[in-house]
Design a binder for this molecule. Structure first.
Ligand code: CTP
Length: 391
C-alpha cells in the first residue's frame, strides 16, 4: 500500500469508531488516508479525531469543497487510488445503488471512476432485509467489492451477520486490491458445495457440505486476477467478488457445467459430489405404499473425468474428505483420479459447516501438512500455490 491514496468514507453507524483504527492501520501500511465524514458518521466520531489520526483535513461538506471555483468533489474522488466506505450503512449502500447524491460522500461515490470497497456494518435485520440484499447484489454486479460482514453479538443486543469485520480483515481486503495479480488472463473452474439428488418431487439425498471452503477458494483466485467460473451446488452463500457463478443441483448437472466451462488453466474440485443418484419417482412416495426402496445409480466422477479429459486443465486439483486414513486415501485418490494435487482433510470433526480447516496438500513431491487455519486463509495459501505453479 506504500504511496497509495485511500479516500475513506465514514458512514453513520456504531461501528464508525473502528474507522479510526482502520486509519491507523492503513497509514502503518504506508497508505495516505483522506477522510470523508458523513453527517451520520459525525454522530459517532469527531472530525478532529479522524483528522488527527489521518494527518489530513476531514471533508464533510459538499459545498465548501467548491470554494475557489474548483469542482472539489470530482477532484477528491478522482485523485484517490481506492475509495473505501467503512462502515457502509444500509442507507449509504441504498443511495449508491440508486445514484442519489445528496451529500459529499454520496456525490463522491457517484462521481468516481475509482474502484470502491464497501465494508458494511448494520443490524442483522437490516443486513438480511430484501432491500439491502438486492442493493448489495447490484453493487457487486457493478464491480463494487462488498466485504462480507462478520457474524456475532451486536451492539443492539441481537445476534447474527452484520458486524463490521475485524480491522485486520478489512486491511487484508484492501491489501488484496493493491496486491499483485499473477493470475490475470487465467481461467479457473471451481466446484463447491454439496449436490442434491432427488428421490421424488419433494425429497433428496445430500451431505453436510456448506460450500464455504470452495467459495473462499474461488474468491481467492479471483482476487489474484483469475477469471473464475464457480459451479455451486445448493448453498446459502454470497457469490465472491469477481466470480461468475453457475448454480446446479445434481451431480450430473455439475458434471455438465464443468465440461461447459472448459477450457481452463486450473480446476479446483472442492464440491462434495454425491456419489450416487436415485432413480427418481415422478410422484411423491406415499407412506401408505409401505417402506420405499431407493434404487441408487452411480454418478459420474467429475474429477476423474476431468483428469482424463482431452482438454484437461494444466493443473487439476481435487479434495479428499476422509474420516480415516486421510493421507493414504488422498494419495490413492490422486493416482486413481489423475489429479495433480489433492487437498486432504479429516472431516470426522466439525469441519463441514465450520470456519476452520486442517488440510494436507498431496502433490507428486510428497505431503505437506498445513496448520489449522481459517478457511479463507487455506484458500489464500492454495491460490498463492496455484499462482506459483502457473507462473
Ligand atoms: N468428486 C467428483 N465427482 C464425484 C465424486 C467426487 O468430482 N462423483 C471429486 C470431489 O469434488 C473431490 C474428489 O473427487 O475433489 C474426492 O471426493 P471424495 O468425496 O473425497 O471421494 P470419492 O471419490 O467420492 O470417494 P469416497 O466417497 O469413497 O471417499
Amino acid at each position: 500500500m506504500q504511496g497509495k491514496r485511500v479516500l475513506l468514507i465514514v458512514g453513520g453507524g456504531i461501528a464508525a469508531f473502528k474507522a479510526l483504527e482502520l486509519v491507523r492501520a492503513l497509514r502503518r501500511e504506508g497508505a495516505t488516508v483522506v477522510p470523508v465524514l458523513t453527517a451520520g458518521g459525525a454522530h459517532f466520531v469527531t472530525p478532529l479525531s479522524l483528522s488527527a489520526l489521518a494527518a489530513s483535513p476531514v471533508h464533510t461538506d459538499l459545498w465548501s469543497l467548491d470554494e475557489g471555483g474548483g469542482m472539489g468533489h470530482i477532484e477528491l474522488s478522482r485523485s484517490a487510488d481506492l475509495v473505501v466506505v467503512c462502515p457502509a450503512t444500509a442507507d449509504l449502500m441504498a443511495k449508491m445503488t440508486t445514484g442519489i447524491a445528496d451529500d459529499l460522500a454520496t456525490t463522491l461515490l457517484l462521481a468516481t471512476d475509482t474502484p470502491v470497497i464497501a465494508v458494511p456494518a448494520m443490524n442483522v435485520r437490516m443486513w438480511t432485509h430484501a432491500a439491502t440484499v438486492a442493493n448489495v447484489a447490484t453493487l457487486r454486479a457493478r464491480g463494487v467489492t462488498v466485504v462480507e460482514p462478520d457474524e456475532g453479538p451486536m451492539a443492539c443486543g441481537e445476534f447474527g451477520p452484520g458486524r463490521l469485520p475485524e480491522v485486520t480483515a478489512i486491511v487484508a481486503a484492501i491489501a488484496l486490491h493493491f496486491g499483485p495479480k499473477p493470475l490475470v488472463g487465467r481461467h479457473a473452474v471451481v466446484t463447491a458445495g454439496p449436490t442434491h439428488e432427488p428421490i421424488d418431487p419433494v425429497r433428496y439425498l445430500t451431505n453436510r457440505s456448506s460450500g464455504k471452503q470452495g467459495f473462499a477458494i474461488a474468491g481467492a483466485l479471483a482476487a489474484l486476477g483469475a477469471r473464475v467460473t464457480l459451479i455451486a451446488g445448493p448453498v446459502a452463500l454470497a457469490t465472491p467478488p469477481g466470480c461468475t457463478r453457475v448454480d446446479v443441483e445434481t451431480a450430473r448437472q455439475m458434471a455438465v457445467a464443468v465440461e461447459a466451462a472448459l477450457p481452463a488453466d486450473v480446476a479446483v474440485m472442492v464440491a462434495a459430489v454425491a456419489d450416487w443418484g436415485v432413480i427418481v419417482s415422478p410422484a411423491k412416495l406415499k407412506k401408505v405404499e409401505g417402506m420405499p426402496r431407493l434404487d441408487l445409480v452411480e454418478n459420474p466422477d467429475i474429477l476423474a473425468t476431468l483428469g482424463r479429459a482431452v482438454d484437461r486443465p494444466g493443473l487439476v486439483i481435487g479434495f479428499a474428505a476422509e474420516t480415516e486414513a486421510t493421507i493414504a486415501n488422498a494419495v490413492g485418490k490422486r493416482a486413481t483420479k489423475k489429479a495433480d494435487w489433492i487437498v486432504a482433510n479429516d472431516v470426522s470433526g466439525d469441519v463441514m459447516g465450520g470456519d476452520a480447516n486442517t488440510v494436507h496438500l498431496v502433490t507428486a513431491e510428497g505431503v505437506e501438512d498445513w496448520p489449522t487455519l481459517p478457511k479463507a486463509e487455506v484458500a489464500r495459501r492454495l491460490a498463492d500455490r496455484i499462482a506459483q505453479e502457473l507462473a
